[in-house]
Ligand binder design. Sequence first.
Ligand code: GLU
Length: 519
Amino acid sequence: MTRKTRVRFAPSPTGPLHMGGVRTALYNYLFAKQRGGDFIIRIEDTDSQRFVPGAEKYIIEALNWCGIVPDEGVDAEGNVVETASERHPHAPYRQSQRKPIYRKYAEELVEKGFAYYAFDTAEELGAKRAEMESAGQTFIYGQTTRMGLRNSLSMPEAEWKELLETRTDWTIRFKMPENRVVKMDDLIRGHVEVNTSTLDDKVLWKRADELPTYHLANIVDDHLMEITEVIRGEEWLPSLPLHYLLYEAFGWTETQPRFAHLSLLLKPDGKGKLSKRDGDRLGFPVFPLRWVNAEGEVSRGYREDGYFPEAFVNLLAMLGWNPGTEQELFTLEELVETFSLERVVKSGARFNADKAKWYNKEYLRKKSVEELTDLYIPVLEEHGITGVSREYVSKVVALIQERATFVADFWDIASYLFVAPVTFVEKDAAKFWKEENYTLALKVADFIMNFEGEFTKENLEGPLEEFIRSNEWPMGKVMNCLRLALVGASSGLGIADIVTLIGKDEFARRIEYIKATLK
Ligand code: GLU
């Protein structure tokens, strides 16, 4: 029987979503959409100690920004769905709200002999650990130690049954089988085998808060939600034997999902995992959106740094996957068509900040002048520029679009098209504003002021250059004098472009100003 593809992204709201997490969500989404399947969001919030307020909202907002829209788990307003409906049959999708579901599954495992009750207090476990460590051994709660600890395997039945009633701090632990070779298949890594002899007896459920741990909740929910593939980060690979054994213990191997573990994103130098600190140190974001933690510390985000979501999605897709062709630019739809787990690389993907910028520049180039104008107007307002016509802003945008990586660059590239320079770059002034140059430049300025044709770049540019050439004046020096007057520096757009945009009156004002200031 072929089942409908159903995958899930299952973040724990323990902080902002790292860009590696967004990539995991993206690969799940692409995989599901390509197969006409469902992409589900499930919030794994059973660890109340690590719960961070605002993290869930952040995660959903980040995915929305990327256009990674779930079929189940989150409604149109971006709220995690709490009540089951036709569209969200498995609600609630927050594990803390599914609390009553898990206990019976944990107890079922005890009844079948795959798990047991454990009564050791934190102090008792601490003492045991210290004792073994002082003898040079490491402590794990498992096959070599469990019979010397306080649990339903080591204690007389009457005794542990009483503790079960009277105490509220016991746990249910998985009884890791001894010396078994667990044979696993990973869609990216291939066949993997692990011997259980080194694995511990993980806690599955805790009486204290009546909550499951990650392992139990994850397997039970993947089963109940009919998940067909689990695509997640490689940090979960060590848990895979336990997960296989849990499916087996429950008798769910027939419908057990297939697994794919994604490699980490690596630092730009390839040495180790890409961390928040690398971002701070090397000046690039590692989070999709800006995040302010409880201490008020700010982490920059791709969105706030001016990246387009399409560029961010594209660059993320290419970190660890390649299409097998030279093509680098993909829309989300094209990614849905082209993506395949077979072409996801086993080794870690090295992050390259320059390449990230390259993607944004490419997307900026492809945007319409209209859209960029919409984005630039608020930036201008932030710089105090109001009352400029939209038509004027569009002309500026068209002129500088090719030179920018981010919309914010527009201001740095050509703020002088909105405000006259008040100072002049000293080095440039010293080099070009010399009497032998500026007397000529002022004559050129007169030529421009007296230009009689329609005042457009196309009309002005040729005659202007011809005028300078026919007089055999030094073109570069003369132009740079004018540029100094118009830009405040000797670099910038072409003179004909600038003067036709700012107009003759403003041009004349800037010439008068530089004469009064530098002469
Ligand atoms: N809650 C886990 C996490 O935050 C999910 C791991 C999984 O996908 O199984 O990574």
